[in-house]
Design a protein around this ligand. Sequence first.
Ligand code: ADP
Length: 507
Amino acid sequence: MEETGKNEAGIWIDSPLLRHWKDFLPWQGETFFEVHNPATGVLLARLPQLGASEAARAVHSAAKAFAKAQGRGEEPALRVKWLEEISALLLEEREALATIITQEQGKPLPEARAEVDYARGFFTYYAGNGERLLASRKVERQGELQWEVHPRPAGVVTLITPWNFPLAMLAKKLSAALLAGCAVVIKPSELTPLTSLALFSLLQRVSEGALYDPATVGDTEAAHRINLVFGDAAAIGKVFCKSDAVRLISFTGSTAVGRLLSEQAAPGLKRLALELGGNAPFIVFEDADLEIAADALISNKFRCAGQTCVCTNRVYVARAVEKEFIALLLERIRRLKVGDGMAEGSDFGPLINRAGYEKVERHVADAVAKGASCILGGGIEPPPGEAQESGFFYPATVLTGVTPEMLVSQEETFGPVISVAAFDSEEAAITEANNTPYGLAAYFFTRDPARIGRCTRQLRFGHVGVNTAAGPAPEAPFGGMKESGYGREGAEEGVLEYCELQTTVRR
Ligand code: ADP
């Protein structure tokens, strides 16, 4: 632990992974931002607020590293080895990483461990399949000319990630970008930057500093394969969008920021991969196994306290089974315990901050004002005090009689709120489910095979769960339709995001 004064940078989580954090942040700004534990309010860190000039230096460092790799004709086999090493390190430091995730993000420790495992899955998958995915392929064509297609690394890529999965969202991007052969600048959320710093302390161990060499800390001409910057997100984002060296911006976050980045990146015709907000419907037909559907909804809805982009946001239940299904839900929800993620037995933790808490409150109040019934939970009176930076625990809440004009139907609530509407026909359910500009995840439950085919085809969502609310996996491409963005993560499609295809024709 470091002792520092009130206006100095420091990290007050006692973890071996955070002890040498200054090695990864060579640039000490003059202003700082603070990171608090959302469950306890404890000050975890005060970090330098980096901005445009630091972002430009990070891009420069990545560009130099990329040029060096190109110059020496780097083989995918070398990068596969890096991924294997990272996968092994994530396993070795699983507990240390999970502890940091829980403290800065708030999710229960078992969920944080699952996040580390999930993140590791991407490195393992790309290590195991990398050489196959990047292999050149011959084009079948008659004649004396030979045609081939080669996936080439896109170049410098910047990865902007959110706070709900501080490790996993970064792992998905970083594993694919490194495999492709890119050089990287990482910009994590300022709400959860400590996980990235901890990850850096692992990454610098890879192949004796091949990705990051702390010996060159502060050297303005350093060439790091991976670089980290955070602080003034808007200023950093502008540099990423304007810099000629940056070829791709991969972003996971809100649709509003995704749209802003695409506007800013348009003049340079920069490629974007955007994983944006969702508004996931969850449809329970009258012929569904209601127990399976209720279990699936609970595990999907309360993960990360309802703060994931694949979390169910709208539940549609066939009117004939509505009462029965709600009874099954209530029975399960009453057993859930909300509490500090570090405490044994907490099923879900606090919301990330005051703004998150107030959004959930606003949504619930709006629904009730427009005629919904709040049959369980609702905001706590009085809400957390003005000065308090913690304890944003929102209780598990169930709303019934929800209608399309309510905020809970239109926007992601991002909290532990289940909003239920009844429907009378399959057609009405599908129409209502698709009645959103978003298209990330959707789930439905039925025993009828013909209905499964019909509904799957009609749902305009990139990820559709049938009789399950399982989330994404490294082996399958994941991404959105419509305003949930474009680009895919995981699988072959995920690594091709970070490649440019080069076709060669030779005599
Ligand atoms: P959320 O509302 O879930 O926090 P955001 O879209 O605001 O989602 O944040 C996702 C990521 O985008 C974070 O790393 C955040 O710092 C970053 N971000 C926010 N505003 C900008 C911006 N103007 N330019 C670039 N990145 C931004």
